[in-house]
Design a protein. Structure first.
Length: 155
């Protein structure tokens, strides 16, 4: 047996992107994406808490993404364990997270505009003002939950 024949995969073996596509087709990816949604919701909620704490939670809306983090994590875990919850609770929680992320993007844009010089002093205000694109990361976590909810479930 040559070295090359030892490295050649057996006929029909899937690697790389083909394996991922097969996981989506068979429904295995739905549970994984639900779990990633749960983990992402917790990580982003913790980061948001620390960043909003720096700003002393000056606006009551700053608490919403912090509260939605554990809710999204619970919905993601529920989506891993139960098909019914993956199709009911997870999309509601994920859609709420997406809506809050879009709202946060608007509020952060407004905060950048309210800094001295507004949009004319864009570079400085983006560095010193609220992070303009950070709420879109929360939107991505919610989007993962929505995608998990519409994917086929493994039998």
């Amino acid at each position: 047996m040559t070295a090359r024949s030892r490295r050649t995969p057996p006929a029909g073996a899937l690697h790389g992107i083909d394996r991922m596509v097969k996981n989506v087709e068979t429904g295995r990816f739905e549970r994984s994406l639900s779990a990633l949604t749960a983990a992402g919701a917790l990580v982003t909620a913790a980061e948001i808490y620390f960043e909003h704490d720096k700003a002393s939670f000056g606006n009551k809306w700053m608490w919403v993404p912090v509260i939605l983090g554990p809710i999204g994590a619970a919905a993601g875990i529920a989506g891993v364990t139960s098909r019914r919850l993956a199709k009911t609770v997870l999309p509601v929680a994920a859609a709420t997270i997406v809506a809050n992320g879009l709202q946060g993007t608007y509020l952060h844009a407004r905060g950048v505009a309210q800094k001295p010089g507004g949009w004319h002093n864009l570079r400085y205000n983006l560095e010193m003002g609220p992070p303009l694109l950070a709420p879109l990361l929360v939107t991505l976590v919610g989007g993962m939950g929505l995608l998990a909810a519409i994917l086929r479930r493994e039998k």
